[in-house]
Design a protein around this ligand. Sequence first.
Ligand code: 5GP
Ligand code: MG
Length: 188
Amino acid sequence: MFRDIESILIDTGRIERRVRELGAQIASDLQRDLGGDGSEESHGQLVIIPIMTGAMVFTADLIRQMPLKLSLEVVGVSSYPGKSMESKGASIRSEIPKGIAGKHVLVIDDILDSGQTLEVVTRLIREQRPASVRSCVLLRKPGKAKVGVDATYVGFDIPDEFVVGYGLDYDGYYRNYPAVATLRPEAR
Ligand code: 5GP
Ligand code: MG
């Protein structure tokens, strides 16, 4: 697998530091929404919704940097079926979680590219009348968003290159590569 990697764009140390910062910032913002003192009434009011499968690795690390009482509900979206490296438009592969009305929601994705995925998911979530909706992406390709959507929190802005690792795949592979990297042309 490591043979297929061309170059590392963001190494594990930088990811780790940034995830720690994001976790602290998001937790303090949410704590404020939840009533500041973490009182009993606010418990159970926070729902984290990772967009599968790309957000899996990032989410696992990020939530462990957020010392809040929270629950997880996943949503499945596919935008790069098979060996494609260009988004084919986001299609929802699972139900939007029920029971989020009145709760604070944080949607997590691996990368914001055209913005279609985040736009569709946050729109459907808003239809359930949550108390608030925030979003967090590990990566963003600036200037690419076609739809008027942006993430509340962004880990890193990256150039417009196809990347894999830390949850991001090519044809289903490389999600377990620990850094964010580009692939050798022969591997694609
Ligand atoms: P958008 O809907 O914003 O165009 O695309 C977001 C989705 O496309 C992400 O959830 C991710 O799955 C996929 N994606 C966008 N850019 C890349 C990339 O450079 N590499 C990989 N592996 N997936 C990407
Ligand atoms: Mg995705």
